[in-house]
Design a protein around this ligand. Structure first.
Ligand SMILES: Cc1ncc(COP(=O)(O)O)c(C=O)c1O
Length: 470
């Protein structure tokens, strides 16, 4: 930031040196000088046919899922719709976190730039909170770095280690932002689909039954592979990767010298034993970047405070990339997150938030039990995948063409919004076209909403009864 400021001062200083010209015509002046003098020269660039053409990395080809859901919601005869789609919380952060945010705004230092790697208080609070899990004292200066949400943290991790042509393995379904985050530095993505239980359309089963095809995984590794991305607890499947699965993935990473990016943003919401891959073996620690999100932890996704934990030799380059992307992250909310981490244990917050979310999950899933709609029973996180294979979509239903051309879950999503006024997310958005058929009967619901919203959603979903055919 500062060096950018200095260099622009230097340019101005150079330009203020008087320039003397004899009789150059505008076309003979060097282009930079003629543009600085405001002279309009005809040039090849003036004839550029598409001056506002976006770069490929931002020019999406299809309408994204969020705008389709919004469009369906606006057009639905049932108003207002109940939004069970996006994973934002329907309630506020705990009081101790909110109070800390308000207090931070009154402090001069909290309204100014933070150090690029994060505020010392937050790094220390995170190091203290996570050292017991990692079985070692984390160094807050070298083994923790703060980012603008977990998402920018992951972008920084890929920017820090991926060169054009390098390959990154991710599992399907994936968190959608991985794709652009890997492609921005020129990475190529290799996909390995999690396999749902074969009888997922007829039986509710634990999310653990979404399994990894290890032969496929190993077959995907090649000399260009640099990283493998894990997400546990998993969005949207709700799977918590088992100790055995993590060990096999970690051993594979060691064998082929890969970096592991372990996205653990739902790490406080697990309903079965949860293992962090970085903590399993020293060889895993030395190659793993663990990703966390204060937004997910404290019901404050809009705060955009994320963090990465790992060995110095990984964290320093990720932090370097972060400095170039956004310099530093929002100061007052880092301070608030620091206080929240300091207070959470004392307040009994972690147990409380996990118990509350589990209860919300059970409360909401009752409606699927009633309707005999099978679901993938989550072991962590706040998403549930319900299998809607038995919901009969009328053949002549007036789906708009951009929905009709997408897999069945997009139609289910549109249908639910219009017929019962409940929005959910079609999970094939989190698949490549090639593998989308795996999940096209499912819809993803987020239960991080007030109980009364969950009750309204349940009541409305009961309206599906007349469309269920077995
Ligand atoms: C699996 C996963 N990783 C990362 C993120 C992003 O977290 P943040 O909001 O801290 O950027 C999300 C948000 O939905 C997510 O589901």
């Amino acid at each position: 930031m500062l060096s950018g400021y200095r260099s622009s001062v230097a340019v101005v200083a150079k330009l203020s040196t008087p320039l003397s010209f004899t009789c150059h015509s505008s076309s003979t002046l060097p282009p930079r000088i003629s543009s600085l003098l405001g002279v309009r020269a005809m040039s090849a660039t003036a004839a550029r046919p598409d001056p506002f053409r976006p770069a490929k990395r931002v020019a999406g080809q299809r309408q994204d899922v969020w705008s389709i859901v919004n469009e369906a919601a606006a057009a639905s005869p049932v108003q207002p719709i109940v939004n069970m789609g996006q994973g934002f919380f329907g309630y506020n952060p705990p009081k101790f976190a909110l109070d800390a945010a308000k207090a931070a705004l009154d402090r001069v230092d909290c309204n100014q730039y933070s150090p690029t790697k994060g505020r010392p208080r937050l790094k220390k609070a995170i190091a203290d909170a996570y050292s017991p899990f990692f079985g070692r004292q984390l160094n807050p200066d070298t083994e923790v770095t703060i980012t603008t949400g977990a998402n920018e943290g992951m972008l920084s991790a890929f920017m820090g280690f991926i060169e054009p042509g390098d390959e990154v393995i991710i599992f399907e379904p994936f968190f959608d932002q991985y794709i652009s985050n890997i492609e921005m530095p020129g990475g190529t993505i290799r996909y390995v689909p999690l396999q749902p239980p074969k009888d997922g359309a007829t039986r509710t089963s634990p999310a653990s039954e979404w399994s990894i095809d290890f032969d496929k995984l190993e077959g995907t590794v090649n000399p260009k592979t640099r990283m493998i991305v894990l997400n546990s607890p998993h969005n949207p499947v709700g799977k918590v990767f088992s100790h055995d699965e993590l060990e096999r993935i970690g051993d594979l990473a060691v064998k082929h010298n890969l970096i592991i990016l372990s996205d653990e943003v739902y790490d406080r919401l697990y309903y079965v034993p949860f293992t962090r891959i970085a903590t399993m073996k020293p060889e895993f620690w030395e190659r793993t970047i663990t990703v966390g999100s204060a937004g997910k932890a404290f019901y404050a996704t809009g705060w955009r405070v994320g963090y990465l934990i790992g060995p110095d030799h990984l964290i320093k380059y990720v932090a370097g990339a972060h400095t170039r992307i956004c310099y530093s992250s929002v100061s007052p909310l880092q301070e608030a997150a620091a206080v929240a981490f300091e207070e959470a244990d004392k307040e009994g917050f972690w147990d409380e938030s996990r118990d509350e979310m589990k209860k919300k999950m059970e409360l909401f899933c009752e409606v699927f039990d009633e309707l005999n709609i099978p679901y993938s029973d989550p072991e962590g996180g706040y998403f549930v995948l319900a299998n809607m294979a038995s919901v009969n979509l009328p053949e002549d239903y007036p789906f708009p063409s951009h929905v009709a051309s997408r897999p069945r879950d997009f139609k289910l999503c549109w249908f639910l919004i219009h017929e019962v006024g409940v929005a959910a997310i079609p999970p094939t958005e989190f698949y490549t076209d090639e593998n989308a058929n795996i999940a096209e009967d499912y819809l993803r619901f987020a239960v991080c909403k007030e109980d009364e919203i969950l009750e309204t959603a349940k009541e409305r979903l009961r309206g599906l009864k007349k469309y269920i055919v077995r």
